[in-house]
Design a protein around this ligand. Sequence first.
Ligand code: NAI
Length: 437
Amino acid sequence: MEEREGRPAPGGTCTNVGCIPSKALLQSSEHFEHANHHFADHGISADNIKMDVAKMVARKDAVVKQNNDGILYLLKKNKVTFFHGRGSFVAAKDGGYEIKAGEEVVAAKHVIVATGSNARQLPGAAFDEENILSNDGALRLGAVPKKLGVIGSGVIGLEMGSVWRRLGAEVTVLEGLPTFLAAVDEGVAKEAAKLFKKQGLNIELGVKISEVKTGKKGVSVAYANAKGEAQTLEVDKLIVSIGRVPNTIGLNVDAVGLKLDERGAIVVDENCKTNLPNVWAVGDVVRGPMLAHKAEEEGVAVAERIAGQHGHVNFNTIPWVIYTSPEIAWVGRTEQQLKADGVAYKAGQFPFLANGRARALGDTNGFVKFLADAKTDEILGVHIIGPMASELISEAVVAMEFKASAEDIARICHAHPSLSESTKEAALAVDKRTLNF
Ligand code: NAI
């Protein structure tokens, strides 16, 4: 359990050192970027624009605190007794479990483990949160580093790299895989690579890190590039974002025989049941994507099951979002997955460049892409790169949850002018019937 100024800070990674604070910094840094580069297009002149990093970080902390307090309020409102401290299993007893919660031991009939994950360390480069930073340290730098290195071009690397680049850092991202954003639809990943490069994010693919050294001047990263040539990257700060590991440290699973897999994740079935009666586990500590909304859905479903209802999580319609600029969001399968699965599909795409609202916003990069079954027209995947992709994706999630066809979306009236018209147009494009392109 996290603490802030000696007080409990509930909400886990998402609230304290993940989703919420990163979005606060992304917003601040985007304002700064707009003021520097886009205000002039609107006829606004602003000279001598400065960023007060300490104030930006303090605002972010205040946003986090509002969320912590919101959770404490909700616990109270729902009459949930909250124990602050590290929880661990003590023993199985009387058909239930004894759980150590801070200094106290409580008896529980049902237990839900939701202990989340920790940043994965690069061997030989332990996080000191001073020079070698995890998501935590990356969110509370006191000043803009002149040179910032990022290892791993995944979600955290791209979001944090974007924040500090917008504020003036020279950012180099070193990625182990030869493919950029391998899990993302190929067309979207290609567009993203082009746009991020244009913004000045330097991304090197197919690297192999050999050594990371910290010294007085910062961090030195020795690596082999894609051609196998030895290189050195000297930076002031280094963010290591190479994935996360399930957090079961200190849970004392052996006291009750709770089963973990080889990655240290708690083994669960599709209903989040562990190998022990009445012990459940949800979120990053179990299989599946490490996303707060996936964890939340699992938590609700488990609570419903404990209450004798039929909770259900549809893993096929969990949306993904990367909050870069432009944002990237998707649901369902990518074009490369459909090809690998041998599914016959039709694709339709619509660029924001042809959308009136996007032009008025001055944000015309990217597109919406629909993938639908060639025979039935059922929507199999929707991929968006562009303004407000995180919000636009909801329509696709709802559509897929209701097993809609691309034609269903194409026939729905969308407000004009709105970015969502691009969703309708992409659905029309599946049948080569776009109206505005
Ligand atoms: P990630 O799994 O998204 O990306 C890690 C990247 O590091 C991959 O591209 C991988 O190929 C690369 N990598 C792994 N080992 C490497 C090595 N030794 N050298 C160079 N590259 C290496 O993990 P990330 O960014 O750390 O995020 C962790 C988790 O947090 C993810 O599961 C993500 O879904 C979640 N998250 C979600 C966010 C969102 O929904 N917007 C925001 C931030 C994190």
